[in-house]
Design a protein around this ligand. Sequence first.
Ligand code: HEC
Length: 190
Amino acid sequence: MANFNTVAGCFLASALFALVVGKVSNAVVDPHHLEKPALAVTDEAPAEAAAPAAVELAPIGPKLASAKVDHGKALFQQQCFTCHTIDKGGINKVGPNQWNLVGRKKASEPGFSYSSGMQAMGGSWTYEDINHMIFKPLAFVKGTKMAFAGLAKEQDRADVIAYLRTMNDSPPPLPEAGAAPAPAAAPEKK
Ligand code: HEC
């Protein structure tokens, strides 16, 4: 009898142990428990990231003529160079090389693999589009791979864009301060 009890006790104890371990490891590794919070986070992120898209930015063009190229160069080296080279023929790093960026077709740097959101943009990089891109990349390009918080200060963005303009074979003309971007003689002006 004593033997039977010991054996039964052992059996019960190990059954209980297995039960407890099973519960605990379920709680730790159960993929369903992990899946939900992860989805909740990704569901919310785009909504929040998209919100700033509504923010209107004042045109940067009129501020470029008086922007400080040297400060823009320093900012570029601090903030952009980790991911972007800017010398002519420079390599693509985490982001594409930026020589000739102003006026360049969007998502067109050879050998760089752009996000689908970036590829879907179309058009070329104008001063104003670059302004939006470096203000809040995610608000400007859906799902962009450019993981950069953005330059909040307008003067900083103007300085960086003025610097980008100097790293170009033939930069588009600077918009005149206070004037429409198109030159007076432009035939397309209505
Ligand atoms: C953490 C890395 C990172 C930093 C920092 C960063 N970028 Fe980018 N950038 C990227 C990536 C990655 C892409 C490609 C985006 C895509 O495909 O969605 C990109 C794309 C761009 C583009 C579009 C280029 C094209 O060929 O169409 C511009 C413009 C740009 N970056 C400007 C800047 C500027 C200016 C700064 C600094 C103020 C900066 N980036 C900082 C990673 C970065």
